[in-house]
Design a protein around this ligand. Structure first.
Ligand code: F6R
Length: 266
């Protein structure tokens, strides 16, 4: 895994935006599928991409979006739905057609069938070119909470109490946070051709340590990313504070110019 350490969440956002921009510019208007996460972690990147769209004519023409997850029970238009979140925080502000933004339907009458349909829809669309991820304090990617199968597909999961509390800030109270979600599985996420993950804050330090340096385990589902050959993790100093390899990662980055492309992918 390639790890970049940045000063703060703002700088993390810039580096993640750089990674996304590189992919978008390479596609140059040809079809490109981005997998997008919600939550706080990628928002600084989305804000920066909106700025680049407005001020540097970065175009997202040709981009299709598949969201990572959605709350069971919430229709796409619900103020707290993840579909609404991504529109308000990113896609409505750039040239991505709303009809090209797909998410699991939280209000589908049969959530399990919806999960299977969604997994298939991603495959039929040709898969995800670049998946944007955050990571939970419990180590989850998507909402693959501890104990999730590392080869799981999109399905219904139950949030752990800690995640419900962490997500309560987006609602009026913790009681309103749905405890069930439709989430891409770990196996679904690993199918993406490339992955970029953003993390900031001290409360992510243990999850980042486990994800990068821990043994691969269902206890910390982010550790499954070690099995993917093209993952860039961008973390701030606080989230990197438990990394034993932090100095090595800084050294790798500082010396990259000597051999262009060195560890461009892990
Ligand atoms: C969101 C998602 C989650 C979040 C994680 C971190 O779509 O799948 O895995 O990325 O819970 O959330 P924040 O960024 O709010 O700390």
């Amino acid at each position: 895994m390639e790890v970049l350490i940045r000063q703060d969440a703002e700088a993390v956002g810039h580096a993640v935006a750089d990674r996304i921009e590189a992919e978008v510019r390479r596609a140059n208007g040809a079809p490109l599928t981005l997998g997008l996460a919600t939550g706080s972690s990628p928002v600084t990147a989305y804000t920066e991409l909106i700025r680049r769209h407005r001020e540097e004519s970065l175009s997202f023409a040709g981009v299709t979006v598949f969201m990572l997850d959605e709350y069971v029970g919430l229709p796409a238009e619900h103020p707290q739905s993840y579909h609404r979140f991504i529109r308000e925080n990113f896609t409505d502000h750039v040239d991505i057609d709303d009809a090209r933004v797909f998410s699991p339907r939280g209000d589908a009458p049969d959530a399990a069938a919806e999960a299977r349909r969604y997994d298939e829809a991603i495959r039929e669309a040709g898969g995800v070119d670049l998946q944007v991820l955050g990571i939970g304090a419990t180590g989850h990617i998507g909402f693959n909470e501890p104990g999730s199968s590392l080869v799981s597909r999109t399905r219904v999961k139950t949030l752990v109490q800690k995640t419900v509390q962490d997500n309560a800030r987006f609602f009026d109270s913790a009681d309103e946070v749905p405890i069930h979600v439709l989430t891409q599985g770990v196996g679904t996420i690993l199918d993406a051709r490339a992955i970029v993950l953003a993390a900031s804050g001290e409360n992510k330090a243990e999850a980042i340590h486990q994800m990068v340096e821990g043994p691969i385990s269902a206890r910390w589902t982010g550790t499954a990313l070690q099995q993917h050959a093209n993952v860039l993790a961008v973390v701030d100093e606080a989230a990197a504070s438990k990394l034993e390899l932090a100095d090595y990662f800084r050294f790798v980055e500082a010396n990259r110019a000597d051999v262009p492309g060195a560890q461009a992918t892990a």
